[in-house]
Design a protein around this ligand. Structure first.
Ligand code: SAH
Length: 356
């Protein structure tokens, strides 16, 4: 057993460039992953149910200010159909994700959640942004099991710059994660790596924070600039002093994945679609070999998929869903792993499914 990593050590690893030393980090992360969560790569199917968004996040292509984007909201029948696909593919979990869509009402979604829970044994994860507590409670009561909300960066100053408040109150995603846990949700979170203005020290803080929050899932995505957003069109935020800016390169994401595995040995860590986008060839495999144990295939109907443009040139926007399963199966087998069955993660072990 290695002693827990200190903040200083996390920081040193984030700055490490020596290939042999990094090989040691990958080896330790892979070994920790194998020992604590095994060899299965779990799949959670994502349905991007709406790209309407009321917010003005400086990083995201769905921001209300991006007038170039055609907007859609899936019909309830289409969402249920996608959930049935998840069952057919053996996914175990369906993740319902969207922009912060004010046209998405509490009762409408509660009804969809109840229907999915009635018809299937899927775990239902929601990822709908910062919604009022009463709605989060209503969806939990309707049977939703998990909620996914990245805190994006623990640097308060940077977060406020890139995530403008809706009303007068600044958002506090970390407080919201705790409230979600109090409601009985299993909670996932994560960050973007390489945001303009993000320092090595702040990513080390993020990873240290993962240790404190009791998270089921921790997602680490490279920041990918979108030309229809302030951060993708040259808008500069607090340029950090020389050498402190974290790059949004693949290598940095692997380091963040590996270190997150070392501080949270039993967490579910996906290879994010953003990582698969910046290295389509083998970003997934390298992620799974450096600490990750999950992937979230896209279940959104093809006609909507290209409109869920959080960042440009997203991987897997043209592949029919069936190919997706075949492709993932091959990829995991090539690295000596296998696809997981059922809901995956701790949900199946110690939390009873919510009663609809
Ligand atoms: N509206 C919801 C969910 C949709 S966005 C929410 O805000 O939680 C899902 C995630 O995509 C965000 O949490 C963010 O981490 C990521 N994302 C947004 N823009 C991105 C970009 N330009 N590059 C990489 N990831 C991005």
């Amino acid at each position: 057993m290695n002693p827990p990593l200190t903040h200083q050590e996390i920081l040193r690893w984030l700055r490490e460039t020596d290939a042999a030393r990094l090989a040691e980090l990958w080896r330790r992360a892979d070994e920790t992953r194998r020992r604590h969560v095994g060899d299965a790569v779990h799949l959670r199917g994502v349905v991007e149910l709406s790209n309407y968004c009321a917010r003005q996040c400086a990083y995201c292509g769905l921001r209300a200010g991006n007038l170039q984007l055609a907007r859609y909201r899936m019909l309830a029948s289409e969402i249920l159909q996608a959930a049935r696909q998840a069952v057919k593919f053996g996914y175990g979990t369906v993740v319902l994700q969207s922009g912060e869509d004010q046209g998405l009402t509490s009762a409408w979604l509660a009804d969809i959640i109840r229907q999915i829970k009635r018809e299937t044994t899927l775990a239902v994860t929601l990822s709908l942004g910062e919604r009022p507590l009463r709605e989060l409670a209503a969806w939990r009561a309707a049977g939703a099991d998990r909620y996914l909300l990245r805190f994006e960066t623990s640097d308060r100053h940077l977060f406020d710059e890139i995530h403008p408040p809706m009303g007068k109150r600044k958002s506090d995603r970390i407080a919201l994660l705790r409230q979600l846990q109090d409601l009985g949700y299993e909670v996932g979170s994560g960050i973007m790596v390489g945001l303009p203005g993000q320092t090595y020290a702040s990513v080390a803080d993020d990873i240290a924070l993962f240790r404190e929050l009791d998270l089921d899932l921790i997602g680490l995505a490279p920041f990918i600039p979108h030309p229809g957003t302030p951060l993708g069109s040259g808008f500069q935020i607090f340029p950090p002093v020389n050498g402190e800016q974290v790059p949004n390169h693949e290598q940095m994401v692997y380091k963040a994945i590996a270190l997150t595995r070392l501080v949270r040995p039993d967490a579910n860590i996906p290879v994010t679609t953003a990582l698969a986008t910046i290295n389509r060839k083998n970003g997934r495999e390298l992620g799974w070999q450096r600490g990750a144990n999950l992937f979230m295939p896209n279940l959104t109907p093809l006609k909507y998929r290209r409109l869920y443009e959080i960042y440009p040139a997203k991987a897997c926007i043209a592949e029919p869903d069936v190919n997706c399963l075949g492709c993932l199966n091959l990829r995991v087998q090539e690295i000596g792993r296998h696809l997981g069955q059922g809901p995956g993660g701790r949900w199946s072990r110690d939390l009873p499914p919510a009663q609809p």
